[in-house]
Design a protein around this ligand. Sequence first.
Ligand code: HGY
Ligand code: MN
Ligand code: MN
Length: 413
Amino acid sequence: MSYGELAAERLSEIAEMSEAGPGVTRLPWTPEHRRALDIISDWMRDAGLDVSLDAAGTLIGRTPGMSGRPALLLGSHQDSVRSGGRFDGIMGVAIACLAVRRLHKEGVRLPFAVEVLAFADEEGVRFPTALIGPRALAGRFDPAVLDMKDAQGVSMRQAMQGFGLDPDGIPALMRQREEVVGYLEAHIEQGPVLEAQGRSLGVVTAICGISRYAVAFEGETGHAGTVPMAGRRDALVAAARFVAAMSDAATAMEDCRATVGQIDVKPGVVNAIPSEVRLTLELRAPSDENRLGLRSKAMHLVQEIAVQAGVAVRIEQTYEQPAVVCDPGIRAALSRAMTASAMSAIAIPSGATHDASAMADLCPVGMLFTRCKGGLSHRPDEFASAADMEDAVQVLANAIKIMALERPSKWAD
Ligand code: HGY
Ligand code: MN
Ligand code: MN
């Protein structure tokens, strides 16, 4: 069985570690997460790694007998969105375990340790925050998030304790910069670019930054039939104009995205004028300059549109994550590894964020994308082929060897 076929078999098995329903739903610190850890532990042991679970619920497989040596960190996240796919996140853990297994079988001796990390929570679906594991390693963990509650009113602290973890131990997880060589993550592209270019793999140039806002438009309700159009203070008319204007503004800027994913209308009845609309706005761009440019457009447009519609408006930032530029040295190692496998390296920005976004606060990061069928992701029909995963295992293993041939201090200074 090829490494790609073994990856496909393992991902089908772990996809069963899910809540009932279409696709994969595996949220952090849940019974599904616990069952997934048992399977991932077997992948790590099969790769010759010692397995441990840290206080944040990150499963760690580390090469034995290398204590005190800097480590090259690999991996991705084990969690999924609701009714998500079988590849987002967990494929990066599987590919990393298989690349390490390949090096182990080949008897390759590396000057640094290697760790495969299966982070508990990257999606931020269960709690209104994310990236707990990588932020803990990078020393950026904010204990205030432990009080955040999920839809059932369970706090993150309770969820972690129920999972057998001691959240008070999280701050001590912080790694020193000199303990880490770098972080390398394989991930399904989640977009259409590689497929459109007929490529199996791509080397990521930058990971987009994100700004998220809560927006509330407040007008005045009234009878849908008796109130003349002139003089209405219709909150939904203002919101609709804002949504369309933000879509046009993002379309006019290269590689920018503006998305209104959630909207709530009150009173929400067919024959009353909407008096209140609450919506979420998310802005993304691989360059912080463009994202902040789009942000100022949003701040201007929201006020202008509200005045025109005669409504009041409040806009509040709820989340921000800067863009991350991938390390040129790691990118070069990945590109040379692709060339060594007779593949021409294609550079590609990431419109999705990843664990690497937070790991960049600790060390140099790099990402390897695999082709994504139809560019479909965060849905049950997400798909990466065994052949493409075979390429990813080979290129990741080769990139690790190339990095090992370089002066390891190159990565640890
Ligand atoms: O939102 C994202 O880009 C990632 O899938 N969590
Ligand atoms: Mn995702
Ligand atoms: Mn992901």
